[in-house]
Design a protein around this ligand. Sequence first.
Ligand code: PLP
Length: 432
Amino acid sequence: MNEEKTTRALYERSLSTLVGGVNSPVRAGSQPYPEFVERGEGARVVDVDGNRYLDYVMGYGPLLLGHDLPDPVRDAVDTAVDAGPMYGLSTDLEVELAEFITDHVPSVERLRFVNSGTEATAAAVRLARGATDRDKIVVMRGGYHGGHESFLVEGDAERPRPGSAGVPEAFAEQTIPVPFNDETALADAFERHGDEIAAVITEPLLGNNGIVRPVDGFHDTVRTLCDEYGALFVLDEVITGFRVGGLSCAQGKYDIEPDLTTFAKIVGGGFPVGAIGGRASVMEEFTPTGEVFESGTFNGHPVAMAAGLATLEYAEENDVYEHVNALGDRLRTGLSEIVADHAPEYAVVGTDSIFKLLFTRDEPADRPDTYPRDGSDVDAGDTERWQRLFRPAMKERGILLPPNQFESQFVSDAHTEADVERTLEAYKDVLA
Ligand code: PLP
């Protein structure tokens, strides 16, 4: 078979075998075709047509170190692969990765490794329901926890409704969406349904429909209300874990004390992973010590464990967080200056090594310091303009941004100061 390997040819072929030509719908947002990547090189990806792009998708977050694995990470991965891809039995690697995480994240005493962020959040919610013997969960509007029935819910606290075809009304009825950063709405939800709420699940900051940082005291209020009503506080650190706040994660940075935390992305060093961690007394409700079923053929996959452990050790031993956070700061400062001159109607958001430009700045006069405050502030963005004009114009200048305006953009250890200056030049050029 000598099929043509151009983006266009591959996309046309893929339409006959893959749903919509892609394996995750966000990828189809790229116009006119989804990117087909041939390889990564440091901070760049090279597509099958030979174009090189400075990459801010970075696998949607897992690639803290960039596309090239540093020697210790590559060696760890090679060793794991050489020993056989997987066994469905335990290895030393999962114990070591669990020890690394419990050593650095004080709220985590026990862990269960799974295979994706979605699996982790779904299992965390089942655990909370099992541990409390209650059914309802509170989620944040505009938050994202993966494609699972309990989270694909829209509407508000009193009128939740399925957020996708295929989600039964009966599931949606058990989910209470409230706006992020809204302590009053959260307190109302507890007042109405307090004895039915198993858990509040929230990201430390909204990263998928973001970037929305927590207002001072919001997570303290979650903690207090959960304690008062006997619910569990589940913190979804799938994006932020081992990125925002470095090795202590966003819970260290913002001083949050959850009962359970979900991880994924960086914890697998670029290989599929998820994890649920938390207080021993709650975690041990999982089988085999408890009654809440959780199981998986690939759980604790040795290659993912090896890559995750080596990545985190590399980050600890080298100045990875100093580097990526300094570049993140420079990008946000530089972008803010460009926006002030050329696009004052837009807002620059982010923290640590995540950043992006919101295509809106609908900043209410009474709270300019806390803008954006929730998912609806982000949703107000001019998606059409971003998708049809801005992203393609950046791509023409060699800068690859996520195909969906709402996603965070990620800086890796492989990005350089020169890359950042080039990126700012491109933003300036396009916005001017
Ligand atoms: N939780 C958050 C905060 C996420 O950002 C994501 C994915 O981006 C998920 C959960 C789902 O993770 P996965 O895509 O690995 O299933």
